[in-house]
Design a protein around this ligand. Structure first.
Ligand SMILES: *[C@@H]1O[C@H](CO)[C@@H](O)[C@H](O)[C@H]1NC(C)=O
Ligand SMILES: *[C@@H]1O[C@H](CO)[C@@H](O)[C@H](O)[C@H]1NC(C)=O
Ligand SMILES: *[C@@H]1O[C@H](CO)[C@@H](O)[C@H](O)[C@H]1NC(C)=O
Ligand SMILES: *[C@@H]1O[C@H](CO)[C@@H](O)[C@H](O)[C@H]1NC(C)=O
Length: 478
């Protein structure tokens, strides 16, 4: 403990101090003693650098976890969502200016609702990556029966007029760039993410799903669409060769850019079987993974789904089949009971489902001072992060998106965007939905193992992205 106090009072200056002490011959203490003191101080400094002391002072992450704003925010969120004045004003708003706003981006005479809006978190200098995305998974007119939009969100490089001029040209040409006046750095990613939320709430609220993706990701548009239709059973529900054989419809590229994505292609088969409920329950069981962290989350989803399943007996095979899940378990408080009374997992997810999906992790804060993710106790005192979704790719349903946005206004800023969204989700009582097929590392590529991949990280090389994506598209996997 002595050394600890010693360390506190000296802290960063220990080395200098040590030198001065050692060299100061007027001191009464003998040189050998000083040597030991210096070694000890050095050791303490080293241990501190690796976060050894910080760990002692961490608070256990458990059910008592609180993160400012400390209190129930649901009423405030509801008030804001209904354009009413909340009892407590927001504590954390990001008020940066939109330099390039593109307000008309989501105004489309042909559609009033989009299926998915892709929001690409891009770094200003990545012109080539954005081009590759526009030509591959970000292409908006892929399926004429599935309206989508793609937007790119950028920050600024101050004092670099050349790059800004290029961005202005790009924005004028493609009309899909949103630029916000904050310095584009890693530690400003939360600002980037939340400003994109803000823009969407204001200018693009008419989408069923929002997908947030980094500019170095491979994304299979087809698998995204398959996933959002039946997240609980993805990808297993696609794997029933015999049942589906008769109903499989070849998706041919028409030569034109627009294809058709027919919502009924693989589902009819399931309901032609007499053992509807059995089949579904088995599928649900299969979705439980053995990984301990993920397991609990999945178990939760599973219980939620299983406990509440009730099949409508009048199902017609080709009709829009509904599995109504009247959920009692999650009625923990008045708010959630009002909002999620009827969570329905369905082959066309209902409007009010709160889905926040991606690759879910729970890890510990880095206390090692040289880490890119170094976090002080003051910033975050707990020994674990809340469960969070890796920031490279995630999907939010509209309802989850709006709750996340308004809850974020009552969540203290945090520098890492994935952790921040984890904190927000926890406050909003939104359960994270884990899916292995959001690969947050680079999934080894072979022609045949990307069949069910929804996303894969590590495609910063635009040429490689185009090659892989085109090949997978030819296989019907992208
Ligand atoms: C984030 O952006 C703001 C506004 O431009 C800037 O003042 C700040 O220095 C940036 N932070 C980092 C860590 O780059
Ligand atoms: C899907 O295709 C089937 C037959 O190929 C057709 O009857 C149905 O209307 C199509 N559905 C949509 C939503 O286009
Ligand atoms: C899910 O249900 C099982 C069996 O009913 C139970 O053992 C388990 O604790 C439940 N899990 C959660 C997270 O509620
Ligand atoms: C929940 O619904 C009930 C009845 O519809 C209503 O009286 C109550 O105010 C609602 N609570 C919240 C928090 O919205």
């Amino acid at each position: 403990m002595f050394f600890y106090y010693n360390y506190i009072s000296m802290n960063n200056k220990t080395r200098k101090l040590c030198k001065i002490l050692c060299c100061n011959s007027t001191l009464l203490i003998s040189r050998t003693k000083l040597k030991y003191v210096c070694i000890c101080i050095g050791l303490v400094t080293l241990l501190d650098f690796f976060g050894a002391f910080t760990h002692f002072f961490e608070i256990t992450y458990d059910s008592n976890f609180v993160y400012p704003y400390e209190g129930n925010v649901h009423e405030f969120v509801n008030a804001l969502r209904h354009n009413e004045k909340p009892a407590v004003n927001p504590i954390n708003e990001y008020n940066y200016m939109f330099l390039i706003n593109n307000e008309q981006k989501c105004v489309d005479s042909a559609y009033n609702t989009f299926r998915v809006v892709y929001v690409v978190k891009s770094a200003i200098e990545n012109f080539e990556r954005r081009l590759a995305i526009r030509k591959s998974w970000g292409f908006e007119n892929r399926f004429f029966d599935v309206p989508t939009k793609t937007i790119f969100i950028l920050g600024v490089h101050p004092h670099d007029d050349e790059i800004q001029a290029k961005v202005n040209i790009e924005a004028a040409k493609y009309k899909d760039v949103i630029q916000v006046d904050f310095i584009d750095t890693y530690y400003n990613n939360t600002i980037k993410t939340m400003m994109s939320f803000k823009w969407l709430v204001k200018h693009c609220p008419n989408s069923k799903f929002y997908m947030f993706v980094d500019d170095d990701m491979y994304v299979s548009v087809k698998n995204v669409l398959r996933f959002i239709r039946n997240p609980a059973n993805y990808p297993d529900y696609l794997k029933e060769p015999k049942k589906f054989e008769a109903h499989k419809r070849e998706i041919k590229d028409s030569g034109k850019n627009e294809e058709r994505y027919n919502n009924t292609d693989t589902q009819d088969g399931i309901y032609n079987s007499n053992k509807k409920d059995l089949f579904i329950l088995e599928k649900l069981k299969e979705t439980i993974s053995t990984d301990p962290i993920i397991h609990e989350l999945k178990q939760n989803n599973y219980n939620k789904t299983l406990n509440t399943i009730s099949l409508d007996n009048d199902l017609k095979p080709s009709s829009n089949v509904k599995l109504e899940l009247v959920n009692e378990q999650i009625m923990q408080n008045e708010y959630t009971s009002n909002r999620t009374k009827r969570q329905i997992f369905d082959f066309e997810l209902p409007e009010d489902v709160r889905l926040y999906a991606g690759f879910v992790l729970q890890s510990s804060p880095h206390r090692h001072k040289s880490s890119k993710w170094y976090t002080t106790l003051k910033e975050y005192p707990y020994h674990l992060w809340p469960p969070y979704i890796t920031s490279g790719a995630y999907i939010l349903s509209k309802e989850a998106f709006l709750d996340m946005y308004y809850t974020s206004l009552y969540t203290k800023h945090f520098k890492f965007d994935d952790i921040f969204l984890g904190l927000v989700a926890r406050k909003a009582n939104i359960e994270l939905f884990h899916c292995e097929e959001f690969h947050f590392y680079k999934k080894d590529y072979t022609k045949f193992n990307y069949k069910y991949a929804i996303t894969s990280h590590g495609y910063g090389n635009p040429r490689e992205l185009l090659n892989v994506w085109n090949e997978q598209k030819a296989f019907g996997n992208a």
